[in-house]
Design a protein around this ligand. Sequence first.
Ligand SMILES: [Zn+2]
Length: 70
Amino acid sequence: MGIIAKGAKCNVNGCSNNGVRSLTTSKVEGTGLSISSTSKKTALCKEHYKEWKKATKQDREVERARFDRF
Ligand SMILES: [Zn+2]
C-alpha cells in the first residue's frame, strides 16, 4: 500500500488528484510524464496512471518492432 494508503496526491506537475497507484520513480521518468516526486516512489492518479500505462506499452511495442527486423 505504502504512500497511497497515506492519501498521497498525484506527483505529476500541475495535477492535484488523489493518487491511486504508486510506482518506482525511475519507471515513471522517461515516459513523458513530468513528475515532481523526489522520493523513490511516485504516486499517480487514475488518469496519469492510464497515460503511464499507454507510454510504457508504446515502449514495449517499439522494442518488439525493432526485434522483428532481425
Ligand atoms: Zn495526475
